[in-house]
Every structure is written in structure tokens, then in C-alpha cells.
Write a protein that binds this ligand. Structure first.
Ligand code: ADP
Length: 457
């Protein structure tokens, strides 16, 4: 089959869907191709924190914040290897993107929180679980504009079509054979990262010992296809060696689901001896490296009934604590001793770990690990524990873009007709991405890419 439209979007995760909606809002007809049988990519699996400086919500909670602080934490938290112009565009666009999403019908909770490795309470949560709210909001918009917008599922794009040095379409395969989509205005690559592609991970990995033995939080479509397509037309890549692991993987699957942690402030991590080993409010790479040093690279997240007042209280992934206990993925003790026995850690160590943490909360002094992100003491039975291991989560590097989401070639020149947004791009998160910056970044740059492509910028 052959189609012709204004803007073609490759990939139906958060970045691609934001780009599609934005391109249409800017007057373009759009076709989005998604290789999997469903939309959502990794976005739909995300723990649903969207970082944005938000004076309204943050002031009510007594939280001080600023665009400069979000900028500095993003830049320094990525070891100053990110592109400062892209980061500036990102932090400035984050709250407007929330308002844009609200305008499209997405509901956010009234309170912000600190997600693991987020370093600051500016994470917005949607009312709907995980990333489902984002995807259904965009899908709803597309369904309402079917005359101008089309989604092709099960359609894997393989090549970009180039004519007179301009990208003018894409070629791939659908369930019924070859698919060609011509683009009057431009093509947006939004194919996500490559954390589910062990071969690419090993090829580019420089910063971690070896990743072969680790699982991933990613959906199986995160294989880096966009890099291959972009490379074939001369695109430049930045920071492919920077990969993010989380200390929060399910021991069996590597996925984030089943995680009892509800935010940085409410829990501690202990190793198999029942001892703490890291500041649980630290950067993601710092926490993961510390976990790799522990016996079996395995830990327990410990929290109390303040996080789960009832058995049907949900975690961040839409699972109840009782359900996790029934599945053997979380453990409960009416006393700390009982919990320690169930998870096989030394009860005295566990008790001491919590006592010292609680003392730091009460005195307001950083604890022995330097932790400052705290809220309430953890002291109210029943107590809960969930096991976690390192898991490959995000690829920070990718296609180089400018602040208009135009793709740059190896000489720093714009490749006409080609745009990219989301995890397939590099340069924003540097060597380590702040938790909560991905959902925000894909919305900000997806939106920009759609507008740029529609305007043929
Ligand atoms: P982002 O957060 O950047 O939006 P996601 O992982 O959420 O990234 O989404 C990327 C989407 O792109 C996934 O749904 C994935 O299946 C899709 N995708 C990846 N490669 C291709 C391809 N070659 N053709 C079409 N879709 C693709």
C-alpha cells in the first residue's frame, strides 16, 4: 500500500503521539506508524512522574523550585555532558506541556512527589495509572480527527526515503506486505531507545561493567530501529555510551511492576544483611552502582503502613499491596522482627537501620548516607518489604537534534525533512537522566517536533 500525507510519525509511544497531535494542531495531516500491535511503547509502562516546575502545585506544598534549579539538576545530574540549549528548552517547556495535556483532557493529581532519582519534588502524577493516561489522551484526540489522522499498527518502518537530499517519506512492512508513506512536509522519528536490544547495548556500553546479565524494564519494541534509519541518512549521534540502570527491577522479569516503592521519601533500601548502603535520594546511577556492590546485587525496599494504610492501597503500577503479597512479590510483618524473619535479614540490623533513619527525619539532619529527601518516619506497623535488583532502563544517547527537533548530520547541518523526538534522541540527559524527566521531555520535544514538521521548518 502507498499513502501520502503531510507529516509521518514513526513510533507510537509518548513522543510520537505528542508529535502527531501537535502536527495536526498546526495544520498538518498525519500518519503514525507503530510496529507493535498496540500503541504506548515504554511510555505506557512508565511510573508516571512528569517533572515540571509548577508554582501552583508546589507552593501549596511549601516546595521551593525554579527553572534554574531544574536546569542545574538536569545538567549536573547528567555530569554536564548534556546540551545546555536543549535542556533550557526542555525545562521551559515542561509546565506548558502539562497545561497542553490538561487541555487535551489528561488529569494530573494535585500534589507533586519525588520519584526515584528525581532529586526534587516536582514529579507530577496522572490520575490514571502508569503512562496509560498519556496514551489514551492522545488516542482520543486522534480518534476525534480521523479525517486527517491515521494510525497504522503492526507497521514496522525500515527505511527513510530521500529525494534531492530531503527526507520525503518512509518505507516498511505491515501485515499485508510493503507500506510506503510519502510525506509532503516531514518525517518524525520517535522510535524510542534501545534498552531491549542486548546487542546494541553491548556495542555502545562504556560506563557499566557488563550489561549482558541484566534484564530490562523495556517493552520488546525498544530495539533502536530509529538509530539505524537515521544513520543511513547521515544523522549524527550523541552520547550513545550513556545507559541508565535502575536499582528497582523485579528480580524475575526486570520490569518495574511489583515495585512497592511509592516515592523517594517514604522508604529505605537494605541489603541481604538488613543494612542500608546508599542515600535513597541519590542519582539513579549512584544507587545502582551501590546496589551492584551488595551481595547478589539484591536489596529490599522497606516501608510501613503510612505508604499502605490498607491492603487494597495501590503502588505506582496499579497493583494492590495484598495482591503483591499473595504473589510472593512483597512481604508483610506485624513487627519488624516478623518482617526480618520472612525476608531472611538480620532483625537487629533492620531495626537499627530504621532507628537511624527515623532519628534523621526527626532531627532534620542528613543521615549517615547523606540523605536529605525525607518526609515521615517509618515506624508504624505493619511493615512491608519488596525485593529489587538492577535493571536496564533508559538509553540517554541518540540522534542529535536542535531546539526545533530538526535532525543534524555529522557536520552539524540540518537534514531537511527529518525530525526526531523522545528517547531516540540524545543530548538532554547527559550521562544520567533524572527520574521524571523522560515523560516531560518526550512531551516537550514531541510537541516541538510536530509543530516544526507541520510548519516545514
Ligand atoms: P518515547 O518515550 O520516546 O516515545 P517509547 O518507547 O514510548 O519511546 O515509544 C517508541 C515506540 O516506537 C514504541 O511503541 C515502538 O514499538 C515504536 N517503534 C520502534 N521502532 C519502530 C519502527 N521501526 N517502526 C514503527 N514503530 C517503531
Amino acid at each position: 500500500v502507498e499513502y501520502t500525507t503531510d507529516v509521518v510519525v514513526i513510533g507510537g509511544g509518548g513522543a510520537g503521539l505528542a508529535a502527531a497531535v501537535s502536527a495536526h494542531e498546526n495544520g498538518a495531516k498525519v500518519i503514525l506508524a507503530e510496529k507493535m500491535p498496540r500503541l504506548g511503547g515504554n511510555t505506557i509502562l512508565a511510573g508516571s512522574a512528569f517533572n515540571a516546575v509548577d508554582p501552583g502545585r508546589q507552593e501549596k506544598q511549601g516546595i521551593e523550585d525554579s527553572l534554574d534549579l531544574h536546569f542545574t539538576q538536569t545538567y549536573e545530574g547528567g555530569d554536564k555532558v548534556g546540551n545546555t540549549e536543549l535542556i533550557r528548552t526542555f525545562v521551559e517547556g515542561a509546565y506548558p506541556a502539562i497545561e497542553w495535556l490538561e487541555g487535551l483532557g489528561l488529569e494530573f493529581a494535585d500534589e507533586v512527589f519525588t520519584v526515584a532519582g528525581g532529586l526534587w519534588p516536582r514529579g507530577h502524577k496522572t490520575i490514571k495509572p502508569l503512562g496509560t493516561g498519556y496514551i489514551s489522551t492522545y488516542e482520543h484526540y486522534i480518534n476525534e480527527h480521523q479525517d486527517d489522522m491515521k494510525i497504522l499498527l503492526d507497521t514496522e518502518i525500515i527505511d527513510l526515503i530521500v529525494k534531492d537530499d530531503r527526507v520525503v517519506g518512509v518505507k516498511g512492512k505491515g501485515l499485508n506486505g510493503e507500506v510506503i508513506i510519502n510525506a509532503n512536509n516531514g518525517v518524525i522519528i520517535a522510535t524510542g531507545g534501545f534498552a531491549a536490544n542486548p546487542e546494541l547495548r553491548d556495542r555502545y556500553n562504556e560506563n557499566w561493567p557488563t550489561l549482558t546479565s541484566y534484564k530490562s524494564t523495556n517493552h520488546p519494541g525498544a530495539t533502536g530501529d530509529g538509530l539505524v534509519m537515521a544513520e543511513a541518512v547521515g544523522a549524527n549521534f550523541v552520547g550513545l555510551e550513556h545507559m541508565q540502570l535502575l536499582p528497582l527491577g523485579d528480580p524475575v522479569t526486570g520490569s518495574l511492576s511489583g515495585n512497592v516503592n511509592k516515592g523517594v521519601t517514604s522508604s529505605i533500601f537494605v541489603n541481604k544483611d538488613g543494612n542500608r548502603f546508599v542515600d535513597e535520594g541519590a542519582r539513579r546511577d549512584v544507587m545502582t552502582r551501590a546496589l551492584m556492590e551488595q551481595e547478589d546485587a539484591s536489596m529490599w525496599i522497606i516501608l510501613d503502613s503510612k505508604s499502605y494504610p490498607t491492603g487494597d492501597t495501590l503502588n505506582n503500577f496499579g497493583e494492590t499491596i495484598d495482591e503483591l503479597i499473595d504473589q510472593g512479590r512483597a512481604f508483610k510483618g506485624d513487627t519488624l522482627e516478623e518482617l526480618a524473619e520472612k525476608i531472611g535479614v538480620d532483625a537487629d540490623n533492620l531495626t537499627k537501620a530504621l532507628e537511624e533513619f527515623n532519628k534523621a527525619v526527626e532531627t532534620g539532619e542528613p543521615d549517615a548516607f547523606g540523605r536529605t529527601l525525607v518526609d515521615k518516619t517509618i515506624d508504624t506497623a505493619p511493615f512491608y518489604a519488596g525485593p529489587r535488583v538492577p535493571t536496564v532502563h533508559h538509553t540517554m544517547g541518540g540522534i542529535e537534534i536542535n531546539t526545533s527537533a530538526q535532525v543534524l548530520d555529522v557536520n552539524g547541518k540540518v537534514i531537511p525533512g527529518l525530525y526526531a523526538a523522545g528517547e531516540v534522541t540524545g543530548g538532554i540527559h547527559g550521562s544520567n537522566r533524572l527520574g521524571g524527566n523522560a515523560l516531560a521531555e518526550i512531551a516537550v520535544f514531541g510537541r516541538i517536533a510536530g509543530a516544526s514538521a507541520a510548519g516545514k521548518k
